[in-house]
Design a protein around this ligand. Structure first.
Ligand code: ADP
Length: 171
């Protein structure tokens, strides 16, 4: 059985991430969605909240394992008895960082390979950051994130909650 580790912050999981996971499962038997605990980025959701959203969003998808890791990604990958890292690429803006990261990981372990999947054009502009920004201002991010993430975002952002409630009441 061949697994790949799909690492990231997933703060929160978006349909762009889900697309990469589903497509990864066409290549690998198992995709381990690994939420990084040591990211320097300030997060909106706690690690348990993020794990919960990922599990719920992918509950109907076979071959997905959800986990967290701390420390060096390549160490975690080897611990999982695999040698593959899955990453998604959106625009040129991702390329620079992803290239640096892949080369650094390659320097740290020659055994580990990074596999990139180009995003589907539908998710080209979708990032957790822009989703949070829109949601915080009350923008409805319907169709861009799984329903559970939309619900949880509404719990964090009153403007989004108000919009969703108004929608339900037919306003
Ligand atoms: P990070 O915090 O490392 O940027 P993210 O959780 O944002 O991680 O994303 C994890 C991986 O998913 C990265 O490889 C990122 O490029 C990819 N990704 C994020 N959003 C999308 C998207 N809309 N389409 C394809 N790949 C994406």
């Amino acid at each position: 059985m061949k697994s790949a580790v799909y690492p990231g912050s997933f703060d929160p999981i978006t349909n762009g991430h889900i697309s990469i996971i589903r497509r990864g499962l066409e290549i690998f038997d198992e995709v381990i969605v690994a939420v990084a605990r040591n990211s320097e980025k300030k997060s909106l959701f706690t690690i348990p909240e993020r794990l919960d959203m990922i599990s719920e969003a992918l509950s109907d998808t076979k071959g997905v394992r959800v986990d967290t890791f701390q420390g060096l990604l390549v160490d975690y990958v080897v611990e999982q008895k695999t040698n593959a890292i899955l990453r998604g690429l959106r625009a040129l803006s991702d390329f620079d960082y992803e290239f640096q990261l892949a080369l650094m990981n390659r320097k740290l372990s020659r055994k580990v390979q990074t596999i990139f999947l180009m995003t589907d054009y539908k998710w080209l502009y979708v990032s957790s950051t822009i989703i949070k920004e829109a949601a915080s201002l009350g923008g409805d991010i319907n169709g861009l994130v799984p329903p559970i993430a939309r619900e949880r975002l509404a719990e964090k952002f009153p403007l989004l909650k108000a919009r969703l409630t108004a929608g339900k009441n037919g306003h």
